[in-house]
Ligand binder design. Structure first.
Ligand code: ADP
Ligand code: MG
Length: 151
């Protein structure tokens, strides 16, 4: 597993980073996002949507758990915070193994359902506007993608 680190200094910079990533994603890709409330998981997801060509506004799916968008690929945005330890299976595999791209906020709550090949992203708040992104690639392709966007 290869790990990459990058800092961003504004929400715009975070969205730009995510947009570059979104442009490189392929059908069946799965990304996880971890980080405290306000770290920037949803902000990052908005950038991913941009990179995937989603025109609709992406908002936090906290109360619906899963929101679906259409860009150049289907884009599934999950926020499984409310599942906590209930370990309920909402048919996750249909999303993960489908033709779309899935991003999961608070993914550790559904750890057992996650595919092994994925890109794990952990966000740390350093201060009000500075964030540290750690990208952990579990396959050589994700590793290549990280190299291309972070360099
Ligand atoms: P989460 O989904 O992790 O709870 P959000 O993306 O909803 O977080 O909120 C992140 C908040 O932090 C937003 O208010 C955003 O404007 C702010 N912010 C400040 N600096 C950054 C940064 N570098 N990257 C992302 N968000 C940032
Ligand atoms: Mg969020």
């Amino acid at each position: 597993m290869a790990t990459f680190e990058i800092y961003t200094y504004s929400p715009e910079e975070t969205m730009d980073l995510a947009e570059r990533l979104g442009e490189k994603l392929l059908p069946g890709d799965v990304l996880t996002l971890e980080g405290d409330l306000g770290a920037g998981k949803t902000t990052f997801t908005k950038g991913l949507g941009r990179g995937l060509g989603v025109k609709r506004t992406i908002n936090s799916p906290t109360f619906t758990m899963i929101k679906e968008y259409q860009g150049r690929l289907p884009f599934y945005h999950m926020d499984v915070y409310r599942l906590e330890e209930s370990e309920e299976d909402l048919g996750f595999d249909e999303y993960f193994s489908g033709e779309g791209v899935t991003v999961v906020e608070w993914a550790h709550f559904i750890e057992e359902y996650l595919p092994t090949q994925r890109l794990d992203i952990v966000i740390n708040s350093i201060n009000e506007s500075k964030r540290l992104f750690k990208l952990e690639a579990s396959s050589s392709r994700y590793e290549e993608v990280c190299k291309e966007i972070i360099g």
